[in-house]
Design a protein around this ligand. Structure first.
Ligand code: SAM
Length: 245
């Protein structure tokens, strides 16, 4: 048997991963590859005792957070605080000025404007046949299906632009910061309020870096403004992540 980079037998991780993914599959839009890389980040944090909470900004129905919770239950020594940030009522529309052609075209095809108005719009995902990720669907997965202790699960409902200024100060340290808000404004505000909370050896994951111009611009701008020199690691053509130096 081959040892994985986290010192856990690869074959047993693969089996655990497969059964954990089966539990969250209908609650996430993420590909198998993206979910596997997230699982590896959790394994690294648990194996190396990286302190801090697990945070996702843009959770939809909660499947990615659910996978972090399941991996923590299997490999962690203690429970983590889980923070879920979302409107839980639909994504705001993209901003045609900054989010790029793909975002504008996708919105147009679904009958949604691209004026960057900061109001949750259920149409984007509803029109794709995916439905909106409500607090109830997240709660159902995390608390009833997975059975994570609800004292450790925090739902921050509202636009990131409204919840983060109030909530960020209550979060001490972050081991995994997963950004999945698609647009420039959604990504920039999360980096602004949460990047400094990420501990050394923790992970920052950007789901849409290669998908939407605005998301890439938000990340590149932030790294330049702060003179942060890191190598972004790729998972497929869209996701990027890095370990905080
Ligand atoms: C692509 S989905 C997230 C997918 C999810 N991570 C998964 O595992 O399937 C994007 C989510 O980001 C949320 N979102 C985007 N911008 C937001 C903002 N500015 N404030 C609050 N929620 C936002 C949307 O409501 C939506 O649920």
């Amino acid at each position: 048997m081959i040892s994985s980079r986290w010192g856990i037998m690869k074959s047993s991780v693969a089996g655990d991963f497969a059964s954990d993914v089966a539990m969250v599959r209908e609650y996430t839009m993420l590909s198998h590859k993206r979910l596997y890389s997230l699982y590896e980040c959790v394994l690294a944090c648990e194996k190396h005792n990286i302190p801090g909470d697990y945070v996702e900004c843009g959770v939809w129905k909660g499947g990615a957070v659910g996978l972090m919770a399941l991996a923590n239950l299997r490999y962690g020594k203690g429970r983590r605080q889980l923070h879920l940030f979302d409107t839980f009522a639909g994504i705001p529309e993209p901003d045609g000025e900054v989010d790029g052609r793909r975002a504008v075209e996708e919105a147009r095809q679904l009958g949604v404007a691209a004026l960057g108005r900061l109001t949750p719009n259920p149409q984007l995902y509803d029109n794709m046949g995916r439905g909106v990720g409500t607090i109830e669907s997240n709660r159902h997965l995390l608390e009833r299906i997975i059975g994570y202790d609800k004292a450790f699960v925090h739902y921050h409902q509202g636009l990131f632009q409204e919840t983060l200024p109030m909530v960020a100060a209550t979060i001490d340290s972050v081991a995994i910061l997963r950004l999945d808000g698609d647009w420039y404004a959604s990504t920039k505000v999360c980096l602004h309020f949460l990047y400094d909370k990420v501990v050394r050896g923790g992970f920052v994951i950007i789901d849409d870096y290669g998908a939407y111009e605005g998301c890439r611009k938000a990340v590149d701008e932030f790294l330049t403004e702060r003179s942060i020199k890191i190598r972004l690691r790729r998972v497929g053509s869209e996701l990027r992540f890095f370990e905080k130096p």
